[in-house]
Design a protein. Structure first.
Length: 132
């Protein structure tokens, strides 16, 4: 088994984890939001919970996909052209992360402490548990 094959399989595994995280996260966010609505009967609260949960899911998936792209580019194809493409992808995903963070929090990310998508998911879950 060659190094290229191992890294390629690892990249595919990380991408599969990101895809599974999106699917499971979507279901999880819907269930948590439904639970908030059942406890509070407030549509606005449940909707906010759903948005925050989905935002956290998307942020985590973006971070996982950046890892996969880094592995693919740096370990398998470290040409200048591929590194430039990686840089562009990371820039786009960083912009998307900032946009999602701003949408979820209502505050630009650089105006508060930086946290990851996984932290967002944990915060959303705690708020959902405390809402009832």
């Amino acid at each position: 088994m060659s190094f290229t094959t191992v890294v390629d399989d690892l990249v595919k595994a990380v991408e599969a984890v990101a895809a599974a995280e999106l699917v499971v996260g979507l279901v999880w966010a819907a269930v948590v939001s439904w639970g908030v609505w059942r406890r509070t009967r407030e549509g606005r609260t449940a909707y906010r919970q759903l948005r925050e949960s989905l935002g956290g899911v998307l942020l985590l998936a973006l971070e996982l996909l950046v890892v996969a792209d880094l592995l693919r580019t740096v370990a398998l194809q470290p040409t200048l052209s591929n590194l430039a493409g990686l840089g562009l992808l990371v820039l786009i995903r960083t912009f998307l992360s900032f946009a999602l963070e701003t949408e979820i929090e209502g505050v630009a990310p650089w105006r508060r402490w930086q946290v990851s998508g996984a932290t967002r998911l944990g915060q959303a879950q705690r708020r959902a548990r405390d809402a009832g």
